[in-house]
Design a protein around this ligand. Structure first.
Ligand SMILES: [Fe+2]
Length: 333
């Protein structure tokens, strides 16, 4: 979909409507405005077409056989791959109960039957504009995520690290009862936490053996550089404190700001713990990987030295031992 002076002509609209007469009225009106229209005859067919066609916008009737419009909307909005598709519910005039349910399911707009074509196109275009802007934002995020993975690929010892840290951090956040929004920041922070390593030369990143003081200083710049790279993009703002503070220690001996205790943002304390665990359980240029039990022992040793948040480490220990006892062992590689 592209934006132009003519609005969003060419945008793909999926019309989910079981009444052939109603669909027969709406479809040609939409086509006459330049939209590319697909029709589904009920909710089940509609959801299939959402997944296969990835439309730019949904127009969805409410009362339908097999799966009603509210459920279609809920499914679309609960799936991370489709949740940004705008959904307009087609409702009867004064249909308050349905409108409340549709709002709870995440619907973006309503249109009352019979349709006023000016209102129809105004709403469609305003939602398509929002969709277009969201897509632009997604692209900007994707660029940063790709950059983070490209930096990881430069370091032969950290393959897959950011994905594992991101997944672990989200699991731990959920285990600790954090909100969806905080979990999303953990997901993004997990991928992006080392993005500032773009400024670190390859020979330092891949150096086998101890680093010189100067090399260590260069590496220690990466949290600030990473935060600077990411702070401009509003949609990842929640991850910026994670990126900046993922090398702080509870006793103030970390970097870059030497924060102590609760002054270190909770999400950064969470990411630090899973980051350390993953580093311990994978082979690095300076040492071989440790088995899970030894890694946990070392993590607790460092916690008692005052480096890591003991509550977070306790929650992590509980989560991992739950996983081990249910055989879903975390997968260090
Ligand atoms: Fe780091």
């Amino acid at each position: 979909m592209t934006s132009s002076d003519n609005g969003f002509a060419g945008a793909s609209i999926l019309l989910i409507e079981d009444d052939p007469q109603a669909a027969g009225v709406l479809e040609p009106i939409l086509i006459s405005k330049g939209y590319s229209v697909t029709v589904a005859r009920d909710g089940v067919e509609g959801l299939e077409k959402v997944r296969t066609n990835a439309p730019d916008l949904l127009l969805c009737d409410i009362d339908m056989p097999r799966l009603d419009g509210i459920e279609v909307c809920r499914n679309v909005k609960n799936d991370p791959t489709t949740r940004l598709i705008p959904v307009i519910m087609l409702t009867g005039f004064g249909d308050l109960e349905n409108k409340i349910q549709a709002l709870q399911a995440g619907a973006d707009e309503f249109l009352n039957k019979p349709y006023n074509s000016l209102e129809l196109f105004t709403r469609i275009n305003s939602l398509l504009r929002m969709r277009y802007l969201n897509a632009q934002l997604d692209n900007a995020e994707d660029v940063l995520f790709s950059l983070a993975r490209a930096i990881e690929a430069k370091d032969v010892y950290t393959q897959g690290h950011v994905e594992r840290v991101s997944n672990f951090a989200v699991r731990l956040g959920a285990f600790m009862g954090l909100s969806e929004e905080e979990q999303d920041s953990l997901r993004k922070g997990g991928i992006l936490h080392d993005i500032g390593k773009i400024g670190v030369p390859d020979h330092i990143l891949n150096k086998a053996g101890p680093l010189t003081t100067e090399e260590r200083m260069i590496i220690k710049l990466h949290p600030e550089q990473g935060a600077r790279i990411c702070e401009k993009l509003k949609s990842i703002r929640g991850a910026v404190p994670i990126i900046r503070h993922h090398h702080e220690r509870m006793d103030g001996t970390g970097y870059p700001d030497r924060l102590t205790g609760d002054d270190i943002p909770l999400l950064a304390r969470i990411l630090t713990v899973v980051d350390i665990y993953d580093a311990l359980t994978t082979t690095r240029s300076y040492r071989k990987c440790l088995p899970h039990e030894m890694a946990m022992e070392l993590l607790w040793d460092e916690t008692s030295k005052g480096w890591w948040d003991k509550d977070v480490v306790a929650q992590f220990t509980k989560m991992v031992s739950n996983s081990l006892s249910s055989t879903a062992v975390p997968a260090p590689s």
